[in-house]
Design a protein around this ligand. Structure first.
Ligand SMILES: Nc1ncnc2c1ncn2[C@@H]1O[C@H](COP(=O)(O)OP(=O)(O)OP(=O)(O)O)[C@@H](O)[C@H]1O
Length: 248
């Protein structure tokens, strides 16, 4: 089969927006993922939960082309894209919002938003981002590195809107943020879902993440321990078994 950069609308809906199929991955000699399979249905939220070091970030990095799997496949809307560069995947509608604020610190807010906007729709992009996060409108001429953590996260998340993706990978968007900003971040994620964008979400707040998710995966030591409904995982026994007590 010839792999092209275009897919028909029927292909877009018939397959998962994103799929990791039997993916294994390593950093040098250290095996991190073992036979991981994750499917993100179009227009829905998929939660990836698990303890520190389980391999959640690595799974997202494999999906966005930053880490090459040692075996297994990555598919975007049913198309094999294993080994594609992050840039090429971005051009096909995949947006990765990495942990730790994916912004250019030495560029202004306006310049960051300009880079996130497709050519020809910069003004529209800036308007959309500032309508969603009004504080960014007051900071347009400020270097991104001088923003507060919450403001940087808002700027970083704006990419998920402006690049017009079909699938967004979001890694720990609430890390280090004040509760009121965490509320804003989750509201924004719900807006993305309402607009029909598929999300693969990793966040420290397991309960909150599951509450906006349709499907959930639990990763433990690089292997999938649970695949199923997010709502089922919220039930007492299941939650204790897979996630643990005292988790927020
Ligand atoms: N660049 C790297 N080089 C070597 N080992 C790495 C690298 N990045 C991550 N690891 C290791 O791979 C394992 C999985 O890390 P990963 O960041 O994917 O897990 P995680 O579930 O996202 O954890 P956390 O919640 O702590 O970010 C960990 O043992 C980590 O130390």
């Amino acid at each position: 089969m010839t792999v092209t950069d275009t897919v028909s609308p029927s292909t877009e809906t018939a397959h998962p927006a994103l799929e990791l199929r039997g993916v294994s991955s390593a950093y040098g000699e250290t095996q991190v993922l073992r036979d991981v399979s994750i499917a993100v249905p179009p227009g829905s939220v998929t939660a990836l939960i698990g303890p520190n070091g389980a391999g959640k970030t690595t799974s997202l990095r494999v999906a966005s082309g930053l880490v090459k799997p040692t075996s297994g496949e990555v598919l975007l809307h049913g198309q094999p894209v294993t080994g594609w560069s992050p840039h090429r995947l971005a051009g096909r509608g995949l947006c990765h919002v990495p942990e730790g604020r994916g912004v250019y610190r030495n560029l202004t807010v306006e310049e960051n938003l300009t880079m996130m906007s497709p050519p020809g729709s910069v003004a529209e992009g800036i308007e959309k981002a500032t309508a969603t996060f009004p504080i960014l409108g007051d900071r347009l001429k400020q270097k991104a590195g001088t923003l507060s953590g919450g403001e940087q996260q808002m700027l970083s998340l704006s990419a998920a809107y402006l690049r017009k993706p079909t699938i967004v990978l979001v890694d720990e968007p609430s890390l280090g943020l004040a509760p009121i900003i965490v509320d804003l971040v989750f509201d924004f994620l719900k807006t993305l879902k309402a607009e029909g964008i598929a999300l693969l979400l990793v966040d420290q707040y397991a309960l909150r993440t599951l509450s906006i998710a349709d499907t959930a995966y639990v990763l433990r030591r690089g292997q999938i321990a649970y695949t199923g409904s997010a709502q089922e995982l919220l039930q007492g026994d299941m939650f204790e078994q897979y996630i643990g007590e005292g988790v927020s």
